[in-house]
Write a new protein. Structure first.
Lengths: 724, 485
């Protein structure tokens, strides 16, 4: 570098120094224009250059007086001098950038103070050395003293700067990491409240720096409070100074922590508030709080429960080739999680099972932590194989053939936490011995075993650390009502006769029934034996009974005789839009409808009319003698479904003749609201030989006055027609 | 026409192959992938962090039984006790409470919104002191085993979108159902039964449709589709051999077919072909596994008394609960029940009582039964509908009769078993049961929580389809850690 250039750099350093002093002097009035803010933000980038350069230069300078060779001397004299001034420029720029950056909100406090002033000192001192380097008194000792000082300043500045960016204690955090605290051991104050104070309050309120005469670093002083009195009122967070300050708007001078300092998170505010609202106790354990307590709920998010931590297994992974060989459709083997060596094994299919299926698993005996062999014919001898699965934690032996004696061998399984024995024949004495051997057991399932109630009780009291689950056993004190009997027939419409096929899904139920319309009871009514046949229109009423149960509600089944079927049916007038059912076929398809006909999904079997008559023509290839025409209808007055007001029967006696009215039946209009009902309306007349038969059923034209839909037309619904 | 597709497939296949081989080659250059992670993945392996069939972390629950109460049961007559409604009976819901809530067409034009108190009483039960209504006498006995969430909320106000949203994470459908996601994420435990089964039942109350899109596999392999088990002699349609075909002939036929399929897979590379082969094989094995599971005749008297007498009547909710236990016990990952008839726009007191009677005993029995077999710890049971119901009456309010309209802002569900804290009530609604005031749980939060109990990270359980990564929780959802045990 020639002299001119060096002069320019020297000028720059000087200007920078003056500018810096100016900035520092008027720091309080400094407002950084927006465009300059970006320059300030270059600080974290630029700072790395002077750090490296200075470190390098200091090393060269350190050896300057102990390196006699001339080559080295030349390098040091020439290059180091050039670089030194360059380093000074960089340091100056970085310092100024940093100062600009510090004007953005969020940078206050001690760390910044030390960072700033050590940086300024570093710059001044480093620049000063440039002019001192060739003075006569700048010798080995004085040089090394100055270099030492600069090095220390450099480290301080760097360290404080890093603390500003990454937070206090960033450097040593990995070394200071506390040991894990479990939910069960956590204290409300020590582990929930105190960490907040330490993170957000103590830097200003400690014995060294009692802002507002407040020291929050120990319990005694915390309770005492500061110059404005105590920090909190027990049970009254809304009246507590601590929370008041926290909740003041950020712009308020009294808001805490001061603006620019890290603020409390919502959860931290909540913890402080809940702690004060509780008892502001310093000794209470989280586990003493009831599970629904809000503070405990927050705690369970922060701390892991002892039982809940992911167990890290110390055994090695099994060879995936072996796993693939052993796994098949009746024996699934899966890792419990990604990257976990532990395996779950389920074996299914009774007919396929034998001891070999377990023996083969010995190849992965170390890795199995879960084994289910429920409902398989597992014998006591097989337990000896299972006892070699050394890391087994849960064993499901439900409905297997094992005995409690067989369980003795499992005492080697010192990680077994849960064992299911429901549906097995374990005996009390042996089970006691077996359970004593299972030291780590936490749960045992003993439902549906021969154990008597008092035996179960004794096990429960004897093994307090084991959760004994005996499950549900009916004590007969609150009997249930049986469901009504059902009918097996697909249809109850028959030509000549049909079997009565009542049944009930529960074993051992007695079905009693009547066919004469009387109410069935548990004493006198006929017991259903499966041999009865029905040969006329019959209303079957049936109930189910069984000891230990309440008798069922009544089930009603209607059998209808329909001896004659027409060869074709024509619907003369249109059917209601939603009640088309299966068209003309619906009337003789032997499908009866049920209630809820207004819902399209249920209306399948119901044909209906409202705005016109239901007019049907039935045609017979050879004339048939008929004396009764029955229409099965729905009556659901509440929803406007009424029986017809009249039914007319017309007949053509031969193919050329004209229709002649044979009979007309007027049906009385219901006089009051009734519950819904399904029944057949019979139109009887003297036996007549029909070639063609016409039915005209007229829906009710005016719903009576007592009804909510008075004067409107009623809906007529018919599902089947019977001809006899 | 087919030729064009084959050509296109060939081109795709080669490009993909090229990219992935290239990425493998370069992938060995560790530096490259360190500098720009994901650059070398060929773009097609976003789910690389996930191995289908293995959970992300050790799960609490291994299986789910979802007792879906279709039609949306009223929370105000079941789990969310609001005595204030008695005090304010018949008064109008203050507009400030209602806010901007859009209403359904059924009540939007109603002149007034009279607040309706529950016709039935509530009492506190168990150590947890949970309030349960009198129409749920059996559920009240298991409160210490369940976690009631009173602060669920959803985005839809009509049944189908709300139901679809809960089941698939999207209101529009076409996405995989929760059960399909689990099948994809966890694989099967018992290879002789489907991972995801569906059982339907219906009460006498006002019903709403349940469609097979709810158990659709969406864009996942069709092997993950829900299989509906119906009542009657053929629970799974078309799995029995036709008359005259012996089992060994069927085996031979399947083997031949598999060879043909293998050939066409080699030619076209369509993964649906392998899915199909797997399905044929499973159907073959199901021929023996299904009748065994569906056989209820060997259940003991105590079991019948526990679930109630209806449990032996095929097609009832009780029978489906019993079946659900048997399927779950046999390793079915996800058993989805739907019970229809909870849509009480009118005639609520009568209908809801009957609906509750249908499900109360059996739901409680299922929890008890799983518990006594040691299976509750590893089975997650969920009970609930698609949204809540309004605290005001739809239609005329009389002391004996009223109705309630759809209400998305709050509803109650309960969860029990695997990974869920027992004996707990979570969340709170305001005094009028209209808005949530504490711990709201969005449908996506609920879904994220369900996946979490099964060891799946909802943000990592993804599938790339048509250029976009899909999740059950779409782009949101937070695990509700407060209710995890």
């Amino acid at each position: 570098m020639n002299k001119n250039w060096r002069g320019v750099f020297e000028q720059i350093v000087f200007t920078l120094a003056v500018f810096l002093v100016f900035l520092l002097a008027f720091e309080d009035q400094l407002v950084v224009p927006v465009w300059l803010q970006s320059v300030g933000r270059l600080h974290p980038l630029v700072l790395h250059f002077p750090i490296v350069l200075l470190a390098l230069l200091l090393i060269f300078e350190f050896f300057r007086f102990s390196q006699p060779t001339s080559d080295a001397r030349v390098i040091i004299e020439k290059w180091v001098t050039d670089l030194w001034i360059f380093g000074a420029v960089l340091t100056g720029l970085t310092t100024i950038f940093g100062l600009l950056l510090s004007k953005e909100s969020g940078y206050t406090g001690d760390t910044l103070f030390w960072h700033k002033w050590s940086a300024v000192s570093l710059f001044i001192l480093f620049s000063l050395i440039y002019w001192l380097r060739f003075r006569s008194y700048y010798q080995k000792l004085s040089s090394r003293l100055l270099i030492g000082l600069v090095s220390i300043l450099l480290m301080f500045t760097g360290h404080y700067g890093a603390s500003l960016t990454h937070g206090e204690g960033y450097l040593l955090a990995p070394l200071n990491q506390n040991k894990q605290i479990y939910l069960e051991d956590a204290l409300v104050f020590d582990h929930m409240v105190k960490p907040i104070l330490e993170k957000k309050c103590i830097s200003c309120h400690n014995p060294d720096k009692k802002k507002g005469e407040l020291d929050m670093s120990d319990i005694k002083n915390l309770v005492k409070g500061g110059k404005n009195g105590p920090l909190f009122k027990i049970g009254k967070p809304e009246l507590s100074l601590l929370l008041e300050r926290i909740h003041l708007p950020l712009s308020d001078e009294k808001h805490m922590p001061e603006s620019g300092q890290p603020q409390l998170t919502d959860e931290e505010k909540q913890i402080l508030s809940l702690w004060i609202k509780g008892s502001a106790s310093f000794t209470k354990k989280v586990s003493e709080l009831v599970p629904s307590d809000s503070l405990r709920m927050i705690a369970s998010k922060i701390f892991v429960s002892v039982n809940n931590q992911d167990v890290a297994y110390d055994f090695s992974e099994a060879d995936s080739k072996i796993i693939n060989q052993l796994a098949n459709e009746y024996r699934t083997i899966t890792p419990i999680a990604k990257n976990s060596p532990a395996l779950r094994v389920n074996i299914f299919n009774k007919s396929d099972f034998n001891s070999k299926k377990l023996e083969e698993l010995l190849a992965i005996k170390e890795q199995i932590v879960f084994l289910s062999v429920a409902k398989l014919p597992v014998q006591d001898a097989d337990l000896a194989i299972i006892s070699q699965f050394e890391n087994l934690e849960r064993l499901d032996l439900n409905f297997t053939n094992v005995s409690a004696k067989g369980l003795f061998v499992l005492k080697t399984l010192d990680r077994l936490k849960s064992i299911s024995l429901s549906g097995t024949q374990v005996k009390f004495q042996d089970l006691q011995v077996a359970l004593m051997g299972l030291k780590k057991l936490q749960a045992v399932y003993l439902w549906d075993t021969p154990l008597a109630e008092d035996e179960l009780k004794r096990i429960t009291t004897k093994f307090a650390s084991i959760q004994v689950n005996a499950g549900f056993k009916d004590d007969g004190k609150s009997p249930l009502k049986l469901n009504p009997p059902e009918l097996k027939n697909t249809s109850t419409i028959f030509e000549t006769d049909a079997p009565l096929t009542l049944f009930h899904t529960i074993k051992g139920v007695q079905i009693r029934y009547t066919m004469d319309g009387t109410e069935p009871d548990s004493l006198k009514s006929a017991i259903f034996d499966g041999k009865v046949r029905v040969s006329a229109d019959t209303r079957i009423r049936a109930r189910a009974f069984k000891a230990g149960w309440i008798g069922s509600d009544e089930a009603v089944f209607e059998y209808y005789k329909c001896a004659i079927k027409p060869d074709s049916v024509t619907v003369v007038l249109p059917l209601n839009r939603v009640h088309l059912a299966n068209g003309p076929k619906s009337f003789f398809d032997r499908n009866l409808g049920t209630f809820n006909a207004n819902s399209p999904a249920w209306a399948n079997f119901w044909t209906g009319v409202r705005n016109n008559d239901m007019e049907l023509n039935l045609d017979f290839k050879t004339p048939k003698t008929i004396s009764v025409v029955s229409l099965r209808v729905m009556e659901e007055l509440a929803t406007g479904i009424f029986p017809p007001q009249s039914i007319e029967i017309w007949g053509k006696l031969n193919s050329n003749g004209k229709f002649k009215r044979i009979q007309i039946l007027k049906i009385p209009v219901p006089k009051e609201m009734k519950f819904h009902e399904l029944y057949a309306i019979d139109v009887k007349f003297k036996p007549t030989n029909f070639k063609e038969l016409k039915i005209i059923a007229k829906p009710l034209e005016k719903i009576p006055q007592w009804h909510g839909a008075k004067d409107k037309r009623a809906l007529l619904l018919v599902d089947e027609i019977f001809l006899n | 026409m087919m030729e064009k597709e084959i050509l296109e497939h060939g081109l795709n296949f080669n490009r993909r192959r090229f990219l992935s081989t290239m990425s493998l080659g370069l992938g060995s250059v560790a530096l490259g992938s360190l500098m720009i992670p994901g650059l070398l993945n060929g773009g097609d392996r976003d789910d690389a962090g996930f191995t289908p069939g293995i959970p992300h972390f050790a799960p609490k629950a291994k299986r789910v039984i979802y007792l879906f109460q279709n039609g949306a049961p009223s929370q105000l007559e079941t789990f969310d006790y609001k005595p204030k409604l008695c005090e304010m009976y018949g008064l109008d819901l203050p507009p400030s409470v209602r806010g901007e809530q859009r209403l359904t067409g059924m009540t939007a034009n109603q002149a007034s919104f009279p607040l309706a108190a529950s016709f039935t009483d509530f009492k506190q039960y168990g150590k947890s002191g949970t309030w349960i209504s009198d129409i749920m006498p059996y559920t009240s006995k298991i409160v210490d085993d369940i976690c009631v969430i009173r602060s669920m909320y959803t985005e839809a106000i009509n049944h189908d979108p709300a139901l679809t949203f809960l089941q698939t994470g999207s209101q529009q459908g076409n996405r995989p159902s929760m059960g399909s996601w689990l099948s994809y994420g966890l694989g099967n435990e018992n290879k002789n039964l489907p991972d995801f089964t569906v059982l339907l039942s219906r009460g006498i109350g006002n019903g709403q449709g349940v469609y097979s899109k709810l158990w659709s596999n969406g864009f996942l392999d069709s092997i993950h589709q829900g299989v509906q088990f119906s009542k009657g002699e053929d629970p799974v349609l078309y799995i029995n051999d036709p008359a005259g075909m012996a089992r060994n002939e069927r085996r031979e036929m399947l083997d031949q077919l598999a060879q043909l399929n293998q050939m066409s897979y080699e030619e076209f590379g369509d993964p649906e072909i392998t899915a199909k082969v797997k399905q044929y094989e499973m159907a073959y094995r199901m021929q023996t596994a299904v009748p065994e599971v569906m056989d209820l005749s060997k259940e003991s008297d105590d079991i019948v008394k526990l679930y109630g007498p209806d449990c032996l009547v095929p097609g009832t909710f009780a029978a489906n609960c019993l079946l659900a236990r048997k399927l779950s016990e046999n390793g079915v990952r996800f058993v989805q029940l739907y019970h229809q008839g909870w849509d009480q726009h009118g005639n609520l007191p009568f209908e809801i009582k009957s609906q509750a009677k249908d499900v109360d005993q059996a739901s409680a029995a299922l929890v008890t039964d799983l518990k006594q077999r040691g299976l509750l710890d590893e089975t997650l049971v969920i009970w609930g509908g698609e949204f809540g119901r309004t605290s005001y009456s739809q239609g005329k309010l009389t002391p004996e009769n009223y109705g309630r309209d759809h209400h998305p802002r709050c509803f109650s569900i309960w969860m029990a078993g695997g990974g869920i804290k027992p004996g707990m009530v979570y969340g709170e609604t305001d005094e009028l049961g209209y808005n949530i005031i504490k711990n709201p749980v969005h449908v996506h939060d609920f879904q994220a929580t369900v996946l979490h109990t099964l060891g799946l990270n909802h943000e990592k359980l993804i599938f790339k389809h048509l250029g976009r990564r899909y999740r059950l929780t779409d782009i949101s959802g937070k695990v509700v850690r407060d209710i995890l045990s």
